[in-house]
Design a protein around this ligand. Structure first.
Ligand SMILES: Nc1ncnc2c1ncn2[C@@H]1O[C@H](COP(=O)(O)OP(=O)(O)OP(=O)(O)O)[C@@H](O)[C@H]1O
Ligand SMILES: [Mg+2]
Length: 236
């Protein structure tokens, strides 16, 4: 049974649809990616799940419909979104930003065990706890976004282009953490323009073009599909 199930999704800005009937599934424990170029609708898809845009269709998580929920109710179901552009609070410290990720939790023990988990996976954040988030490097900021998400005790982690603008070594470090979290059971939905990265690390991939899924399959198979290789991996 799918853990996240999206059926015939349409998403709108000012009444104009930009997602046109997308259906996709993410099983419990899966690492699924959605690849697509600029403006394909990747961010809108994740914002639909987080209930930040107007939608039609069905978005179910663990058998329950999310479409009528408020964004905070989605977070309460522990679907945690790492937004595009690393939206942090730049004038707050690393520690304070992490605590923002736990703002719906009231149990001190859960918060403390979350912090321990973050520092175990992302030791750099432990060293930078008192530093202002705005003074971190791009890679460290992305780590903080992931750390903040972990503080929300996600069941499903959605990631919007975590590799964007980062040096290759930093991308490796980030994907390594995501992969470890997935191996320990966290369900991951990644949207990426960096198709090579997404295809390498996810189990299953959907290709999104102009708000529609044009192809889908196991990531290994898709990476070998000549049409995908040509359009998304720059191969001729
Ligand atoms: N706030 C908005 N108001 C109106 N149109 C929008 C808005 N945000 C996005 N769009 C449009 O919706 C479509 C999908 O955009 P979206 O940001 O989801 O794409 P994306 O795949 O995330 O692109 P990118 O790789 O550049 O981040 C685009 O045509 C875009 O211009
Ligand atoms: Mg985007």
């Amino acid at each position: 049974m799918p853990w996240l199930e999206i059926k015939n999704l349409m998403a709108f800005y000012h009444g104009i649809p930009v997602i046109h009937g997308v259906s996709l599934q993410v099983g419990r424990g899966d690492f699924v990616s959605v690849i697509g170029s600029n403006g394909a609708g990747k961010t809108t898809l994740l914002r639909s799940i987080s209930r930040l845009v107007t939608v039609k269709g069905y978005i179910g998580f663990d058998g329950k419909d999310l479409t009528r929920l408020k964004p905070t109710d989605v977070i309460k179901r522990r679907i945690i979104h790492c937004p595009e552009g690393r939206l942090l609070f730049p004038n707050m410290t690393v520690y304070q930003n992490l605590m923002m990720g736990a703002y719906l939790l009231h149990d001190k023990e859960k918060i403390n065990s979350g912090l321990e988990r973050v520092f175990e996976y992302l030791p750099i954040l432990s060293k930078r706890q008192t530093q202002l988030a705005g003074t971190l490097s791009g890679g460290e900021q992305q780590m903080l976004v992931v750390g903040r998400a972990i503080m929300g005790r996600p069941k499903l982690l959605t990631l919007d282009e975590p590799s964007f603008g980062l040096a290759p070594l930093m991308i490796d470090a980030i994907i390594d953490v995501i992969q470890k979290l997935n191996e320990e059971g966290l369900t991951v939905l990644l949207v990426e323009q960096n198709a090579a990265l997404a295809l390498e690390f996810s189990n299953f991939t959907y290709v999104l073009e102009e708000g529609q899924i044009i192809s889908q399959g196991s990531s290994r198979e898709l990476a070998e599909d000549p049409a995908v290789a040509k359009a998304y991996l720059g191969m001729t």
